[in-house]
Design a binder for this molecule. Structure first.
Ligand SMILES: [Zn+2]
Length: 115
């Protein structure tokens, strides 16, 4: 008969504990972002660090200085992106946070939260 695992012992008690998952942007990535995007890069990194990128079930939302903005692909709902057709730091922050898995996750539909 096989012995059941002791429920009191966490899984990693049988071996070395795995290192905690890094929840930070690697230094090399930071430097590259700052080099390529300057001030926009600095703002995007600060937003990711502050947990200002939120992933809902339907959209990624970035909390900006005056409002929060939906980022969808190459579009953002901020004035700069919508009216001047420009690249904005919200888009950059969303990309970094999604790629580095640093979004605040919400098990909600953003469009429903707007109602
Ligand atoms: Zn924007």
């Amino acid at each position: 008969m096989t012995a059941l695992p002791d429920p009191e012992l966490p899984d990693h008690a049988t071996g070395p504990a795995p290192p905690p998952a890094p929840r930070a942007i690697p230094e090399r990535t930071r430097r590259a972002v700052l080099e390529c995007y300057g001030e926009q890069g600095r703002r995007a990194l600060a937003a990711v660090d502050a947990g200002s990128v939120k992933r809902y079930l339907d959209f990624v939302v970035v909390v900006g200085t005056r409002d929060e903005y939906i980022v969808e692909g190459d579009l953002c709902t901020c004035d700069r992106s919508l009216f001047r057709n420009g690249f904005c730091w919200h888009q950059l922050a969303a990309r970094i946070a999604v790629l580095a898995d640093l979004c605040e996750e919400y098990d909600l539909w953003y469009h429903a939260a707007l109602e």
